[in-house]
Each structure stands twice: as structure tokens, then as C-alpha cells.
Design a protein around this ligand. Structure first.
Ligand SMILES: O=C(O)CCC(=O)C(=O)O
Ligand SMILES: [Fe+2]
Length: 296
């Protein structure tokens, strides 16, 4: 199994926490760590006497995740960040160019063995009639066009176990603080000619909020008879204390027998597929799903 990853070790931000009573602690956080975002918004909220964005307790992993630093949010006086993170203030200071938070992902080639891959291709071709058209939570017909198979026990168990096994490695490659894995969901999709999935994230509703990571395993029959269908993962930026999509993105090739992992909160899209034959066996197939954080 070979690993091809891009920017998987984001440079950590050194954050000195200045607490009431003159206490001071230094922690290292990823630029896109939600804790960092909460710390910044709490300082802003206190400065403008707004209701603090993160009321209650802060829990920051220290000592490489072996210890936790806990303090009440109203004890936070200020932050010293290195490199400097300038907080956009309510007067609407225009964002500076280095506000972009780079998205990270991991793509692993040769995920299934050749015989598993061959069995999988045979399986989807035999089960073509069980695929149904996809829909989205908003029921907007133009948002997503593809086919999906929701029940495929022969392979969902195989992929869920394999994903579970490599989780520690993936989490470390993504530079994330490890979390306790809960449910791992899976579905099997087919994108044929003209199919796509417009910009969305995978954890934006109350029933999807515990999804931490999205995985997409790509497979197709050789020789490949489609083009397009790249996955674009957008970078982010902080605007008025909110994460929003940046214009820049990473492009992931749906390489046969590879699997990609990224944060479910990232905005992403599937570009239109061109499949001149329009034949089902020539589709861009995936098994994809989500790794949920266990309820605490
Ligand atoms: O097929 C892909 O590359 C991604 C699919 C996706 O974003 C989803 O199903 O939520
Ligand atoms: Fe998605």
C-alpha cells in the first residue's frame, strides 16, 4: 500500500494562553483546529462584551495529547500567536492574503487487493438493478446527480474494518488530535455521463454533526472509460469569525483502487463526469462514507 499525501503536516500555530491571575500556558494547535477558532472568537467576544462564542470550559490537548489543559472561558485574557494571527474586528478590516487555511487530505493507492477489487467490480455489475437515484437533504434535484446502492453487506463490512484499522495512521497524517471513533457509515455510488455533486460539506446538519472524516474509495473497470469526476476540496478562510470557503482548492483524481480521507467539514464538490458510452459498467464507482466521533 503506498501513501501519497499532500500538506499532511500543517505547520502548528504556537499559542500562548494568557489567563487571569497572570497564568500563562503555551500550546501548539493546527491552524484549522476548532479550539483555536473558539479561543480567537472568545477573545473578540470579550473585547466587545458580546456573549462569548464559547461559554464554559476550554479543554486543550497538551503534551502531545497525553494531558489536557482545562480552564473556564472567562479566565482567558488574551493570546499570543506565532505566526501572528490577526483577528478581523467588527469594523470590517479586509482579510489579508495569508488568511487562507489550507485543506489537507490523504490519498492511499492500492487500497484493496487485486482479487478484492475484481470481486467488487463483479458485484456492482451483478447488482445494477438495486441502484437508486441520489437525493440531497434539501431535495434540490439539480444539486446532485448519481446513483447509489445503500445496502451491500458483502463489501461494507470489509471497507469499514479496513478504514477502522488505518484510522490512527490517517489521523496522524492529517495532523489531527486523535478522537474516539464511533460509527463508520458507507454507501456505494456510481457516477455516469453528466453526473456530478455540487459544493457541499458532509456534517452541516444536526444528524451529521458528529461526522469528523469523509472517506472516498474509487474504483472502475479497466480500461477506464470516463473522464472528469475530479473531487475538489476547497480551502477555508475566516471571515467575521466564521469559517467560509476560499476560492482555492485541492484537486483529487479519482484514481482506480485509491482511497482519500479529508475533514467532513471542508466544502467539496464532484466535477461532472464524461462517459461517452453511457454504459453502467463504465461508471466512476465509489464506496464512500463517514467516520463519526463517538458520543462523549
Ligand atoms: O464521489 C466523491 O468523490 C465524493 C462524494 C461526496 O462528496 C459525498 O458523497 O458526500
Ligand atoms: Fe461529500
Amino acid at each position: 500500500m503506498s501513501t501519497n499525501s499532500q500538506q499532511v503536516e500543517p505547520t502548528k500555530v504556537k499559542v500562548q494562553l494568557l489567563l487571569t491571575g497572570g497564568h500563562q500556558y503555551t500550546v501548539y494547535l493546527n491552524p484549522d483546529d476548532p479550539v483555536l477558532h473558539s479561543l480567537l472568537t472568545t477573545v473578540v467576544a470579550r473585547a466587545y462584551k458580546q456573549e462569548a462564542a464559547s461559554q464554559g470550559l476550554f479543554q486543550v490537548p497538551v503534551n502531545e495529547g497525553h494531558s489536557a489543559l482545562c480552564f473556564a472561558s472567562d479566565h482567558l485574557v488574551g493570546l499570543i500567536t506565532e505566526p501572528p494571527l490577526w483577528i478581523q474586528q467588527p469594523e470590517n478590516v479586509p482579510p489579508v492574503a495569508n488568511d487562507i487555511l489550507n485543506s489537507t487530505y490523504v490519498q492511499i493507492d492500492n487500497f484493496f487487493s487485486p482479487s478484492e477489487h475484481e470481486r467488487l467490480i463483479k458485484y456492482v455489475l451483478a447488482n445494477k438493478s438495486k441502484f437508486v437515484s441520489t437525493s440531497t437533504s434539501t431535495n434540490d434535484k439539480n444539486y446532485r446527480r448519481s446513483m447509489v446502492l445503500y445496502s451491500f453487506p458483502e463489501f461494507s463490512e470489509l471497507i469499514v474494518n479496513k478504514v477502522q484499522q488505518i484510522m490512527p495512521d490517517v489521523m496522524s497524517k492529517l495532523g489531527m488530535t486523535p478522537f474516539t471513533v464511533g460509527q463508520i457509515e458507507s454507501q456505494l455510488t456510481a457516477h455516469n455521463d453528466g453526473n456530478y455533486y455540487k459544493i457541499h460539506n458532509d456534517n452541516g446538519s444536526s444528524d451529521t454533526a458528529t461526522r469528523e472524516l469523509t472517506y472516498v474509495y474509487y474504483f472502475n473497470k479497466e480500461a477506464k472509460r470516463f473522464s472528469g469526476g475530479e473531487l475538489l476540496i476547497y480551502d477555508s478562510k475566516v471571515e467575521n469569525n466564521f469559517y467560509v470557503k476560499a476560492e482555492s482548492f485541492k484537486t483529487i483524481e479519482p484514481r482506480n483502487n485509491s482511497i482519500v480521507f479529508f475533514f467532513s467539514r471542508y466544502m467539496h464538490e464532484v466535477l461532472p463526469v464524461k462517459c461517452p458510452s453511457k454504459a453502467f459498467p463504465d461508471s466512476r464507482f465509489t464506496i464512500n462514507g463517514w467516520v463519526r466521533r463517538a458520543a462523549s
